[in-house]
Design a protein around this ligand. Structure first.
Ligand code: ZN
Length: 107
């Protein structure tokens, strides 16, 4: 007896990745949408420690990073003073090389 199985698949509008549930797909779209607006923080060349702290603090793009600078950043778990300074350095360095890509100013 052959049974037909229909599997519903959803795909992200931006990256075309496929998922089997809506929630995951929506999460991917949100994420992809954010990245479409601004380069990701991985472009900053920061250490994995700094990257992870930002990532889990829900900051994934450079424009988000600029918005959160710097008061709220210090509230992120695992983001100590040294890491914060590292991120700031990399951000200034990045801004110097890609000024036209960035909005906002650094103090
Ligand atoms: Zn996606």
């Amino acid at each position: 007896m052959v049974k037909e199985q229909i599997i519903t698949q959803y795909s992200c509008e931006y990256c075309q990745r496929q998922y089997i549930n809506v929630e995951t797909t929506e999460r991917c779209e949100k994420r992809c949408h954010r990245h479409a607006d601004s380069p990701g923080i991985d472009k900053l060349n920061i250490s994995p420690r700094a990257y992870n702290a930002l990532y889990y603090g829900n900051i994934e793009t450079i424009s988000e990073l600029l918005q959160h600078f710097e008061k709220e950043l210090s509230a992120i778990n695992g983001l100590g003073r040294v890491t914060l300074l590292e991120i700031k350095d990399k951000l200034v360095e990045y801004k110097g090389q890609n000024d036209s890509l960035l909005e906002g100013t650094l103090r």
